[in-house]
Every structure is written in structure tokens, then in C-alpha cells.
Design a protein. Structure first.
Lengths: 282, 293
């Protein structure tokens, strides 16, 4: 800032360190709990440092599953989470880049109408139309399928708007030059527009991956078999048993596993993440 | 703004639009219109016969004390979460903006809770404050507080608020920091030359210039509390005790799951849709105009 005062710097460091501590503390406790045996965690006197049951807990969580409520191994849940999160991200990029291309680079009757039909979906998240959507998916025999987990969640306009905005900034001369070279709509899209859109696509992928991975209400409704549940649902089901009986050490190991992929994405792809967040205003 | 050069194909644009339009119609317009239609119907107990009852479902809904209670809970919950997460995030962002060398590192350390699923955040906080084994519940009990979010309505709401705030700070921090960094330093220097102390500069120069960001975040936070906190509530309290943490969205879910009242649940969905559309409209008006207050 304007004047440089050591005291003010010190206060800033102190406040930020406190902030980092608040942000990290719950996760640290989960990490610690995932390394102790059941008795230590449930006893109410868990130490604040890691224990010695790490391998045992993670092995049981990943390959065996809990013994009381959800018996599904976490490895399966991780696969389900990965498939649906990546499916949502890729599916959304695919449908929205095509529709944005149509809206920006073509003139045709009902162009504005098509745009508005897509645009309005921005306003209503899946939570407000949850049961009717459930019924549609049930009628289409998509309960307990990846299609049922993925398709209803990609029906929204964020991606289309993002690509439309980006295509608008692409200079017109590029299209003129390609047309002089004899390129049709396919060539132009594939050779010129797609390579230019890579960063936008990556940013959207990061945001949509997080969105898909962290879904809760929708997978909770449409997965009835344990073999189809995602990891976020799995943790909750492990804790359904009365609290004294719940296997907290396994639930916490699962929680840590559930946080790892999305947190890794945010930390290692921070630039893309921030870009996607600001552009989609999600 | 429109492109001056375009392609002239007749059929191709429709083919390109087809995947998105099909998915939007099947999974968005059809269910949304079903919700509106069902809100005017009453089904018998077996779901076999339904008759048109006009506004009866809405009348029944607004005659329910529980519905007003869920509205009140939603209002209290949104106010607390928005106020707390915005002010805490603003505090952290202003400190990080003091051109500290370590600011980028702090930024990385602050933003990752955005990646934690709401339901997982709920589980983490419940684990800390679970009455019998929670690490932070024991000191509370030691101080003589009969801490029990499973039985005490205020404790339950407080716990849900804390988890929701914890998760939202990172998002607000990121946008506040970007907003702060975009304020020209010359304005602040001018204030300093005029003799304004840092606190005064913040409230009379920085804060007003930040108001577009604050307003945008306020709307986003309210929408967040409405919808994304479902996972937190379900993981921490399941809407209880005695409906103390049942927000409007949670009530749509809970009423419909019990299976009985589809018409009533649909009417609730429609009320929610109206609220969200109003919120979004406010947000877009603001985005369109880019008002500086």
C-alpha cells in the first residue's frame, strides 16, 4: 500500500495465518482421524497428531468397505465419481461448443429463439425441479446409470455463454482468410477455432469437474444400488448408523479420498480454475 | 455485437444446436413444466387418479405454519452465512492485498475449500462438534455449555452456518482480492496525500469502489445458501432437530420423499423458481449496467 509500516505488515501476516489455520483445521482433523483406530476416534480423546493405523484404515476403506451400513468399497465409488465428473465436464463442453458455434457463426431462422431457450436454463438449478426430473429419468429407464447421473446436470447454459463470449473475441479476419483458402464450416471449426479455444475449454473443464464431483442431491436420488453411488454419497451413508456405532475412522479416510482429486485440481490448475470461476461466475 | 462474416449453410446450424436443445428440453423444460402443471393437480393416495384443483395446493401451502418456518429459517440462514462469509473474506482479502510478498502463497492456501463438496464439509464440521466425540465439543461442554446440535435447534443452526461459511470464504476471498487489486493505486495515494488514515481510506475510497463486487457476491452467496447448502444440511442435521434447519429447498426434498404430497411439493418448487428468477433478474440488471454506487 501507500505507506510502509512494519506493524501493519505484522498484523496482516497474523490475520492471514489465522485464516489459513481456520481453513485447514477441519481437514487436518479428518486426516488425523483417518490414521487412528476406531476406539481412539470414538473415545473422544483423539490426539491432534497422526496415529499408526493409516494403512489399515485406507486399505479397508478402499478395498473392503465399511462393515455396518454401506458395504461398498470406496474404490468403486471413486470410479463412479470420476466417470460422472468427467462425463459432465466433457459432455457440457461438447454440447455447448457446438451450440455456441451455431449461434455465433451462422445466420438462420429462430437463431435468437434457440439462444433464449438455452439461456433461460441459467436461472433454475436442478434442485428446484428435482422430482419431475427424477420422474423423467425413471421413465427413460436411466436410474442407476451413468447417463442418468450425467445428462440432467449438463442441461444448462453456462458453457454456451462462455464459448459464445470467447468466439465473439476471435477476429473476423481469421474466418475470411480460411474462406479464401476454401475452408468450409468443418475445416474452420477444426483447424482454426478449436485450437484457439483450448484454454477456454480447459478452464470450463476444471469448473465442471469440480461441479460434477461434488454433486450430492441428484446422485442421492437416482442411485438406489450401492454399486452406483458416488463417493460423496458414500461418506454420508457410512454415518447413517447411530453415531456411537459409526466407523468414523473409515468415514474420515473416505472423506480424505473424496477431497483429494478436486483439491488437487484447484491447487495444481489454479490459473485455469480462477479463470474458469471468473468467466462462468459460478 | 454480431459477426460480419458468417457461413450460409441451411441445415448445419440446426444440427449443431440439436444435442444441447434435446438435452435442455428433455431434462429442463419438460420437468420444469411438469412441476408447474402438477402444482395445480391433486393425486389420490395411490397416484392413480389426479384432478385439477386450481390454486388449492398453494392455499394449503401458505396455510402451513411449517412453510413459514422454513422461509424464516432460510432467511436467517442466508443472512448469517452471507454476512459472515463476506465480512471474513473481505478482512482476509484486504490483508492479502497489502502487497505482501507472500500474498500468492496465502491465496493458494485460502482458496482450496472451494473444491470440498458441501456434504463433505458438513461431515468434517459435524465430526468436530459431534456431542460425544467431537474435539471442539468437549471444551464447550467443559465450559458448562450443554452443547448438543442433535437436540438443540440453535446449536444445529449454528453448526450448519459455520460449515457453510467455512466453505464459502474461499470463493468470496478470491473475488474480493481481484476486486481490490483492480482499484487504481493512484486513488488511494491521493487519499493518503490528503491526510486520510488507512481506516478512513478503506471506508471512504476502497469500500465504495468495491461495491459492484460486493453486490455481485451478495447475490451469488444467497443463491449458494439456497441450493448448494443442501448437502451440508443433509450431512449435519438432516433438517432437524424438529425442522430447525429445514430450508425451503430441504423441505421440497423432504416433503416429496415421504411420497405423499407431490402437488404440494410441486407448488413449493414453483415458489422457489419464482424466487430464483427474481434473484437472477436482479443480478443481470446489475451486470448489464455495471453500476458504481
Amino acid at each position: 500500500m501507500v505507506e510502509h509500516r512494519p506493524l501493519s505488515d505484522f498484523i496482516a501476516y497474523a490475520i492471514l495465518t489465522l485464516g489459513v489455520f481456520i481453513v485447514a483445521f477441519p481437514v487436518w482433523l479428518a486426516l488425523v482421524a483417518s490414521t487412528h483406530d476406531a476406539a481412539t476416534v470414538v473415545g473422544g480423546h483423539m490426539p491432534a497428531t497422526p496415529g499408526t493405523h493409516t494403512l489399515e484404515n485406507y486399505y479397508r476403506a478402499i478395498f473392503v468397505g465399511g462393515s455396518r451400513t454401506s458395504r461398498e468399497p470406496v474404490a468403486n465409488m471413486l470410479i463412479n465419481s470420476f466417470v460422472s465428473a468427467i462425463g459432465i465436464a466433457i459432455g457440457k463442453i461438447f454440447i455447448s461448443i457446438l451450440s455456441a458455434y451455431a449461434v455465433v457463426y451462422f445466420r438462420f431462422p429462430f437463431r435468437k429463439t434457440a439462444f433464449w431457450i438455452i439461456f433461460i436454463t441459467l436461472m433454475l438449478p436442478v434442485e428446484v425441479r428435482i422430482y419431475p426430473t427424477y420422474k423423467v429419468v425413471a421413465d427413460l429407464k436411466m436410474l442407476d446409470t451413468y447417463a442418468g447421473l450425467i445428462l440432467p446436470l449438463i442441461a444448462s447454459a453456462t458453457g454456451t455463454l462462455l464459448f459464445r463470449q470467447f468466439f465473439m473475441t476471435v477476429p473476423d479476419e481469421l474466418l475470411e482468410a480460411s474462406r479464401i483458402d476454401g475452408a468450409g464450416p468443418f475445416r474452420f471449426f477444426w483447424d482454426t477455432l478449436l485450437p484457439l479455444s483450448v484454454t477456454t475449454m480447459a478452464a470450463l473443464f476444471v469448473i465442471q469437474f469440480l461441479y460434477g464431483w461434488n454433486q450430492y442431491l441428484w446422485p442421492l436420488l437416482i442411485t438406489t444400488q450401492d454399486s452406483m453411488q458416488t463417493i460423496v454419497i458414500g461418506i454420508k451413508k457410512m454415518l447413517v448408523a447411530t453415531d456411537e456405532l459409526a466407523e468414523w475412522q473409515l468415514a474420515m479416510a473416505t472423506a480424505v479420498l473424496a477431497m483429494l482429486p478436486p483439491v488437487a485440481v484447484v491447487i495444481f490448475m489454479q490459473r485455469l480454475f480462477v479463470r474458469g470461476l471468473v468467466q462462468t461466475e459460478k | 455485437m454480431e459477426k460480419s462474416t458468417v457461413f450460409n449453410n441451411r441445415l448445419l446450424p440446426y444440427l449443431l444446436l440439436l444435442p444441447q436443445l434435446v438435452i435442455t428440453v428433455v431434462f429442463f423444460y419438460w420437468p420444469a413444466s411438469q412441476a408447474v402443471w402438477q402444482s395445480f393437480l391433486r393425486e389420490d393416495a395411490f397416484g392413480l387418479v389426479s384432478e385439477f384443483v386450481g390454486l388449492e395446493n398453494y392455499q394449503a401451502l401458505f396455510a402451513q405454519p411449517e412453510y413459514y418456518k422454513s422461509m424464516l429459517t432460510t432467511a436467517i440462514f442466508s443472512t448469517l452465512v452471507a454476512a459472515l462469509s463476506l465480512s471474513i473474506a473481505l478482512l482476509f482479502a484486504t490483508q492479502a492485498d497489502k502487497s505482501l510478498k507472500a500474498a500468492p502463497a496465502y491465496k493458494t492456501l485460502m482458496i482450496w475449500p472451494y473444491a470440498v463438496a458441501p456434504a463433505v464439509a458438513g461431515v468434517l464440521w459435524f465430526f468436530m462438534f459431534q456431542p460425544s466425540l467431537g474435539m471442539l465439543a468437549r471444551p464447550l461442554r467443559g465450559m458448562g455449555i450443554d452443547w448438543n446440535p442433535l437436540l438443540n435447534a440453535n446449536h444445529a443452526l449454528l453448526l450448519v452456518v459455520m460449515a457453510a461459511v467455512w466453505k464459502q470464504i474461499s470463493y468470496n476471498f478470491l473475488f474480493f482480492l481481484a476486486g481490490l487489486q483492480s482499484i487504481p493505486k493512484s486513488v488511494i495515494e491521493a487519499g493518503a496525500i490528503d491526510g486520510a488514515r488507512p481506516m478512513r481510506r478503506f471506508w471512504t475510497i476502497v469500500f465504495p469502489l468495491l461495491s459492484p463486487t460486493t453486490f455481485f457476491l451478495l447475490v451469488v452467496n444467497i443463491v449458494y445458501v439456497f441450493f448448494d447448502t443442501f448437502g451440508i444440511i443433509d450431512a449435519v442435521t438432516g433438517g432437524g432437530p424438529a425442522g430447525a434447519t429445514t430450508t425451503m429447498v430441504y423441505k421440497v426434498y423432504a416433503d416429496g420423499r415421504l411420497g405423499g404430497d407431490l402437488g404440494g411439493s410441486a407448488a413449493q418448487s414453483v415458489v422457489l423458481m419464482v424466487i430464483v428468477i427474481a434473484l437472477t433478474a436482479i443480478q443481470f440488471r446489475y451486470v448489464e449496467r455495471k453500476v458504481q454506487y
